[in-house]
Design a protein around this ligand. Structure first.
Ligand code: S3P
Length: 441
């Protein structure tokens, strides 16, 4: 994947958001649909796949390891899998672009196959810690040759058969959990992950749906997830629900821009993902769930969001795993609320596509918001609904969610806000800016 040239964008306050928006398919579910389809025997069909760069990196990698993956003119993706154990040696390095999810989950798959793969990525991904996945996968027998600090580029040599382990997650990370479970798919016996703090459970739900023998129990030390290896996955028809993380930008934008009233269609409300809705409601946001239903084993609803005065809160730290990707835009909501918001217990933000605590503290500070950076979060003094000063150039640091969050901040800024590079938005939400234009027409 070649580096895209920077795309700067300037914006200033806009009128209310109105109308209906359908957010793109969930990124986590999209990655897993392609990976599991590529491991099933036969044809899986995927509707509503997120066609963002991160997911396309997963598709390219699965093709490089033998799967056939095609997008039909009907926008349905068809995946012919190679079967668990059937992944082939990729001829070249796997370019993961900006995508941590592709990297860590695929490291898990490679770890228990008799193949060697090199993972490379962009500057952001190459600065992120992979040791958290290397550690359990090494215990299963895979060998790693990583760049200093356990970073990309790194090489994985899989072991087949690998050794099943019982692994207690030291960090609340669905990517690490999934890496171990995916390695367990081709490992004889039972591989177990103990998760003291629940994180997004799409791997568990979907692997069961694909026919893997997977159980989840509540143990004294957290959730115990067991998968029996040498699994046979059966092809599936998947409808990917809308991404709650992408919906988050519109929830906050409509909440803070006076006069807004929007309907966000088809939002996945899996409880391990819905923390932002809870936090915004605590702040006084007017978010109504309409037509709660089930799509592909996930709860989905349409969300009607109307402008409402927000009040600062102490964000419950236990919400962190269910809204980990939403903190940047929550900080923007807090910047517009009455009073102070304190968010702690979110260390993990420091190792996302950027250090989201440092980058958001600097960005909000630059547009006139009083922020105090903590090691594990941030305190923010809100404007009480008054416009933010704006008038600054923001560095998005190859982080799509920083670019989109600061765009939302720009909608309520008195003076122009320039974002130095919005190209990374294409990793998760290629249609974000046209959608913004349509909502603010
Ligand atoms: C993801 C897990 C989370 C999240 C990421 C997607 C996944 O990462 O931030 O955007 O699909 O499993 P961590 O596992 O690092 O918390």
């Amino acid at each position: 994947m070649s580096a895209t040239p920077p795309r700067p964008l300037s914006l200033s306050a806009r009128g209310p958001l109105r109308g209906t928006v359908t957010v793109p398919g969930d990124k986590s579910i999209s990655h897993r649909s392609l990976m599991f389809g590529a491991l099933a025997v036969g044809e899986s069909r995927i509707e509503g796949l997120l066609e963002g760069e991160d997911v396309l990196a997963t598709a390219a990698a699965m093709r490089a390891m033998g799967a056939t993956i095609e997008r039909g003119e009907d926008a349905v993706w068809r995946v012919h899998g190679v079967g668990v154990g059937g992944l082939m040696q990729p001829a070249q390095a796997l370019d993961m672009g900006n995508s941590g999810t592709s990297t860590r989950l695929l490291m898990g798959l490679v770890a228990s196959h008799p193949i060697t793969a090199t993972f490379i990525g962009d500057a952001s991904l190459s600065s992120r810690p992979m040791g958290r996945a290397i550690e359990p996968l090494s215990q299963m027998g895979a060998e790693f040759n990583a760049s200093p600090g356990g970073r990309l580029p790194l090489m994985v040599r899989g072991l087949c058969p690998a050794v099943p382990i019982e692994y207690r997650l030291p960090v609340a990370s669905a990517q690490v959990k999934s890496a171990v479970l995916l390695a367990g798919l081709n490992t004889p016996g039972v591989t177990r992950v103990i998760e003291p703090v629940p994180t997004r459970d799409h791997s568990e739900r979907m692997l069961k749906g694909f026919g893997a023998e997977l159980t989840v129990e509540e143990g004294p030390d957290g959730r115990i997830i067991s998968i029996r290896g040498e699994a046979e996955l059966k092809p599936q028809q998947i409808t990917v629900p809308g991404d709650p993380s992408s919906a988050g930008f519109w929830m906050v934008a409509a909440s803070i821009v006076p006069g807004s009233d929007i309907l966000i269609r088809n939002v996945c409300l899996n409880p391990t993902r819905a923390g932002l809705v809870t936090a915004l409601r605590m702040m006084g946001a007017d978010i109504e769930s309409v037509d709660l239903r089930e799509v592909g084993g996930e709860s989905v609803a349409d969300l009607r969001v109307r402008h409402a005065p927000l009040t600062g809160i102490e964000v419950p730290p236990e919400l962190a795993p269910s809204m980990i990707d939403e903190y940047p835009v929550l900080f923007v909501a807090a910047a517009c609320a009455e009073g102070r918001t304190v968010a702690r217990g979110a260390h993990e933000l420091r190792v996302k596509e950027s250090d989201r605590i440092a980058v958001m503290a600097e960005a909000l500070g630059a547009i006139g918001v009083a922020v105090e950076e903590h090691e594990d979060g941030m305190s923010i003094q809100g404007s009480g609904g008054e416009p933010l000063a704006g008038g600054a150039r923001i560095a998005s640091k190859l982080d799509h969610r920083i670019a989109m969050s600061m765009t939302v901040a720009g909608l309520v800024s008195r003076n122009e806000v320039t974002i130095d590079d919005v190209a990374p938005v294409a990793t998760s939400y290629p249609n974000f800016y046209p959608t913004l234009d349509a909502l603010t027409e």
